[in-house]
Ligand binder design. Structure first.
Ligand SMILES: Cc1cc2nc3c(=O)[nH]c(=O)nc-3n(C[C@H](O)[C@H](O)[C@H](O)COP(=O)(O)OP(=O)(O)OC[C@H]3O[C@@H](n4cnc5c(N)ncnc54)[C@H](O)[C@@H]3O)c2cc1C
Length: 388
């Protein structure tokens, strides 16, 4: 099949584009994916105990975007799931984000009650108060609470996550971490919170199963594309390709790192399957302080299964290194002005090619939730499908 459209990457961004071009625009689409599977970072699989395991860290779907929910619901049934997180602090497992229940778990009952009513009086019920604001409160008790949340829940976790010194943590990051003045332990508050009932991979299979779509795995597309800036032409396997190219990989790799490498944080995942029914009382327990890992996730809590075994994963943040097979998965872009400027330079280079369209968390060098990735792809399709 000679493709009309080439899509690089089979994560949400690429899969939505491929599905739309195939089913709405009736185009032949070739999807090139460098990994041995589809689904991008949302890839999951059933292990020998029937437990659905997420290979690239826990992925919890949540959205308030009606269009995204309706679109994905064509390809999957859903298992309703609301995520709750505990944090291990001074040997106790307490709710996160820090809320009034966390206060109860950490303070003697009378003291917790006193602080709770101070918080409600000062900020109102259901308010989300940034810890930076709390740390600067004029009220001694609230200032002390802000300091405690910063010291015990936030600072060491952030240092581990980003590999930085505490003094280098920008106040903008601190300002985003809230203390929530409610008794709602849920981690997300979106209207729709659910997991594909058979896992993410079967949903991706349904999206990509269209007769107009061909998927080629284990294929680094960059090695097969040649971009000629002089003429604005793109060559695929040595031949000029004038159809649309949707690229969801890293722009620095696409342009052979001419403007330098875009820095990322990576993660190492250590999986363990244990001969116990359950390991911990919630899906995710954060370890902000003593351990080298940041959190443990137990998959059975996400999609329940009857088994005498359970599978957990520990996450160890580390620097990204594209040449080291242990560290070469880019998970989180590192947001600095300098890195954004480098990314923009690559984006300008993309503009030289009329048939090149870039999107997704890698190409945009942004952190996107899954629903953002889907929404962006649906919007891009609407924009660029008009000239077909
Ligand atoms: C640890 C972690 C946990 C997360 N948890 C959540 C969560 O709970 N909820 C949520 O909403 N979001 C979560 N996310 C975000 C979610 O993973 C992203 O929104 C989603 O993966 C974005 O899809 P994408 O297609 O843009 O990127 P990806 O899923 O990364 O897909 C890009 C694909 O392109 C392929 N590719 C790249 N370069 C090339 C090339 N040169 N040739 C061929 N193929 C190439 C890659 O192999 C990859 O498969 C999490 C992210 C991380 C890192």
């Amino acid at each position: 099949m000679k493709p009309d459209v080439i899509v690089v990457g089979a994560g949400f961004s690429g899969a939505v584009m491929a599905e739309r071009f195939a089913s709405v625009a009736n185009k032949h689409v070739l999807v090139l994916e460098q990994r041995s599977h589809i689904g991008g970072n949302c890839y999951d699989f059933k292990n020998e105990h029937g437990i659905v395991v997420h290979q690239y860290g826990p992925h919890l779907f949540h959205t308030s975007k009606e269009q995204v929910w309706q679109y994905l619901s064509q390809f999957t049934e859903w298992h309703r799931y609301e995520h709750e997180v505990l944090s291990r602090v001074d040997g106790n497992l307490v709710p996160l984000p820090f809320n009034l229940n966390t206060l109860d778990a950490l303070y003697p009952a009378e003291e917790a009650k006193r602080i709770a009513s101070l918080l409600v009086n000062e900020y109102g019920r259901d308010a989300k108060v940034p810890i930076l604001k709390l740390k600067q409160s004029e009220h001694d008790t609230l200032r002390a609470l802000g300091q405690l949340v910063y010291d015990k829940f936030f600072v060491n976790y952030t240092v581990k996550q980003w590999g930085c010194k505490p003094e280098d943590i920008s106040p903008e990051v601190t300002a985003r971490v809230p203390v929530v003045i409610s008794r709602d332990n849920r981690y997300f508050h979106d209207h729709y919170q659910a997991i594909p009932s058979q896992g993410y991979t079967p949903m991706f299979e349904a999206m990509l199963s269209h007769q107009n779509i061909e998927v080629e795995l284990n294929c680094n597309a960059v090695a097969r594309l040649r971009l000629d800036a002089g003429s604005g032409a793109i060559y695929f396997d040595g031949e000029r390709f004038d159809g649309k190219i949707i690229f969801t990989g890293m722009l620095d790799a696409l342009f052979d790192y001419v403007a330098g490498e875009l820095p990322y944080r990576s993660l190492k995942f250590k999986y363990e399957t244990l001969p116990v029914e359950y390991y911990q009382p919630a899906t995710t327990v954060n370890y902000p302080n003593e351990e080298a890992f940041t959190r443990i996730t137990e998959f059975k809590h996400i999609l329940p299964v009857t088994s005498a075994h359970t599978t957990i994963v520990k996450e160890y943040p580390q620097d990204f290194d594209r040449l080291d097979p242990e560290k070469n998965v880019p998970y989180y872009p590192v947001f600095t002005d300098q890195n954004q400027a480098s990314h923009q330079r690559y984006q300008h280079q993309c503009n030289q090619f009329a048939n090149l369209h870039v999107l997704g968390r890698l190409a945009d060098y942004k952190y996107y939730n899954m629903d953002d990735a889907v929404a962006n792809a649906l919007a891009m399709f609407e924009r660029i499908a008009t000239d077909l």
